[in-house]
Ligand binder design. Structure first.
Ligand code: SF4
Length: 238
């Protein structure tokens, strides 16, 4: 963010540039706020608990307050959860974690962690896209994340940056296919067509390279799961 300076050396042209930059930032913040207000309202209409945290630090504080220190916490494969350092905070606080991304973990241990997530007290995950009318769309390969989000853990907390908000389910699907999955493929070093081009060419994508196996849409809160969506006013994950 550019800052206005009181220096006498500021020329009128520089001051004008700074004013424009501040006005643009203000307009962006205003738009984010309006968008988030609509999404939070519609998530609540759909039965979810929804709240907004302007920064990742505030999000972590709110989420830690929701999780008892003795709770077993399942962690979905999520860059967002690591990016906001929530996993680190939970680990340092002493929560038992079911984490299949734990460094150095064996294949068998990862499988056990995925299974353990289904019986955790609280399951944490992100989502691939949130629509303006308050629905969550996800695509998984194994399905452990979407399974635990739907049934099993009594409480689920979904954390997502505002970059995951899209207009509707059509745009949500485009986002997952053309943004989230290509980036995920790149991170994993797997080789579906989107890992080369950055966009989905589904008709040319087959096993074993294909990552998209399971698609879920949470249109409303699952009956037996207390689901909270925490929207964070930053770009997080992908
Ligand atoms: S269907 Fe294949 S190409 Fe398309 S997003 Fe999924 S993994 Fe990538």
């Amino acid at each position: 963010m550019l800052k206005m300076s009181s220096s006498k050396n500021n020329s009128p042209a520089i001051l004008q540039l700074l004013r424009r930059s501040l006005a643009l930032e203000k307009a962006r913040d205003w738009h984010t706020e309006k968008t988030v207000q609509t999404v939070v309202l519609n998530l609540r209409k759909n039965g979810f608990t929804a709240l907004y945290a302007p920064t990742k630090e505030e999000a972590v504080k709110k989420i830690l307050d929701m999780i008892p220190k003795d709770a077993k916490v399942g962690l979905g494969g999520s860059v967002t959860l690591r990016e906001i350092e929530l996993v680190k905070a939970l680990s340092e606080r002493g929560n038992t974690l079911a984490d299949h991304w734990r460094p150095g973990i064996s294949k068998e241990e990862a499988k056990q962690a995925r299974q353990s997530q289904l019986t955790s007290d609280i399951f944490l995950a992100s989502t691939n896209a949130i629509t303006m009318d308050g629905k969550l769309l996800n695509i998984d390969g194994s399905g452990n994340r979407v399974a635990a989000m739907i049934y099993g853990p009594p409480k689920v907390i979904v954390v997502a940056g505002v970059n995951k908000i899209v207009k509707d389910l059509e745009e949500a699907m485009k986002r997952v296919r053309n943004v989230a999955t290509p980036m995920n493929a790149n991170r994993l070093g797997s080789k579906p067509p989107c890992s080369l081009t950055g966009i989905c060419t589904e008709d040319q994508c087959e096993l074993p390279e294909r990552l998209c196996h399971i698609i879920t849409i949470l249109e409303r809160r699952p009956n037996e799961t207390d689901t909270t969506v925490v929207l964070v006013g930053e770009r997080l994950g992908y």
